[in-house]
Design a binder for this molecule. Structure first.
Ligand code: AMP
Ligand code: MG
Length: 427
């Protein structure tokens, strides 16, 4: 747990590397896990299969049938009983019928007989093996000659070999993929229970921010955080509400937070979380809700307020555009997954050789932006995307991974091995 007392210490500036009031990334992530309770399993809706893509399954799926539902042929050829395969030499079999996909042969066959069969067609009664047509000598339309090379069960797909009746095929908490939709439809399932979408509101704060489409006045910059947040949230499959730009005014911040908390599960702001004269997020959250932590020993993204506002979770992200994306990826996205009932695996962490010299001061975990690539011998190499300032959004746009440098690391020479976190598809 976070010691509440640290929240009431004076708030040092963000320029010191060693800040005793900042918690580590691991501690922050753990405290989010401890704090976020998944939606109750009753908070679900039933959707037609196609609409359930990318949604979180709210039930276990237990197979009520076998897939495939019957033994069928894996080849075009001739179905027979393996007892009819000669030990040596050849044997002639009578072709007594056809079994085509969707058109079974219902009569079956006995010793000395076979059935012409196509891929996917039902194996007729009395047969257990399929000989591909390339291994057969046709003797007119009525009979074939085979040799002894076939083996019992060859080229037969057995009933239930993909999914067995009674088997649990997908479990609650799974985010449904294209393969899952196919799997469900192969079981004849046309609707599933999924968790409801999370309702997420976000806004930017800052008197200097102008919305795209409007002319920039002196001293203004365009608001980019609402667009990166929109992009990242859209890919988390949440219901999102863009609350726009809020001025550096505690009253406006208060009103916006109070209103948003009424009808959202998660509220995300950017800017106004550090110690400047116009930074009100901390103060207002402290007044209206509970602060769980407000500073993480990381770069970019140290000032980061996490807390609760009534039943909603609140993330006060820093204003710097790169810090928004880094802190979203490390904290907000895992929280959304957990809140939304998704069962996740830890992200892939790889090791790669850096071709850039990486500089850093001791004290904070750093998320430098890198381009990861693979040499022809398979070795992973990474280079940094130029300037690493937390306002340089191009470094994110060009990157495909974070180079994660631990708090105690300092200068990392080119040629050293570093830890990289490849970007998820939603970044
Ligand atoms: P703040 O955390 O409010 O002090 O902001 C830190 C830096 O990020 C300042 O240079 C801001 O102008 C910039 N910034 C804050 N919000 C945004 C935004 N929505 N879009 C682009 N830059 C921003
Ligand atoms: Mg600001």
């Amino acid at each position: 747990m976070i010691d509440n007392d640290i929240l009431h210490l004076s708030r040092p500036g963000c320029s010191d590397e060693h800040d005793p009031t900042a918690i580590t990334v691991d501690v922050a992530q753990q405290s989010i896990i401890d704090c976020v309770k998944p939606l109750a399993s009753t908070e679900q809706e039933r959707l037609p299969l196609r609409q359930s893509i990318d949604r979180v399954l709210a039930e276990d799926i237990i197979a009520e049938m076998n897939v495939p539902p019957y033994d069928n042929s894996a080849m075009d050829g001739f179905a027979l009983h393996a007892d009819g395969i000669p030990q040596n030499g050849t044997v002639t079999l009578k072709v007594v019928g056809n079994s085509f996909a969707g058109h079974p042969f219902f009569e079956g066959c006995t010793s000395g007989e076979c059935v012409r069969i196509m891929t996917g067609a039902v194996i007729p009664a009395g047969c257990n093996t399929v000989i591909p047509q390339e291994h057969v000598e046709l003797l007119g339309a009525e009979s074939i000659r085979i040799d002894g090379r076939a083996r019992l069960g060859e080229n037969v797909r057995f009933v239930g070999e993909d999914i067995r009746l009674g088997q649990t095929v997908l479990t609650c908490g799974r985010r449904l993929t294209a393969a899952d939709l196919g799997l469900l439809s192969s079981l004849g399932i046309n609707n599933v229970a999924v968790m409801r979408r999370l309702r997420v509101a976000f806004f930017s704060t800052g008197d200097e921010l102008q919305t795209v489409g409007e002319a920039l006045q002196p001293g203004q910059i365009y608001d980019s955080n609402r667009y990166t947040l929109f992009g990242m949230l859209s890919r988390q499959h949440c219901d999102i509400t863009d609350l726009g730009v809020i001025g550096d005014d505690p009253m406006q911040v208060r009103n916006t937070l109070q209103l948003a908390a009424k009808s959202h599960d998660v509220i995300i702001s950017s800017g106004g979380v550090s110690v400047g004269k116009a930074d009100y997020i901390y103060q207002v959250l402290n007044e209206l809700g509970d602060i769980i932590f407000w500073k993480v020993a990381m770069k970019p993204g140290r000032p980061l307020t996490f807390g609760r506002l009534q039943q909603a979770l609140f993330f006060g992200l820093p204003g710097n555009p790169v810090a928004v994306m880094v802190s979203f990826s490390q904290f907000v996205q895992p929280a959304l997954q957990r809140f939304g009932g998704e069962i996740t695996r830890p992200p892939l962490i790889l090791r790669a050789v850096t071709s850039s010299l990486l500089r850093k001061r001791a004290g904070r975990t750093e998320y430098q932006r890198g381009i990861l690539s693979q040499a022809s011998d398979g070795e992973l190499t990474v280079c940094k995307t130029g300037e690493q300032g937390s306002g340089i959004l191009r470094s994110m746009s060009q990157a495909n991974c974070f180079i994660v440098l631990t708090a105690d690391q300092t200068r990392v020479e080119a040629g050293s091995t570093v830890i990289v976190q490849p970007f998820a598809s939603w970044l």
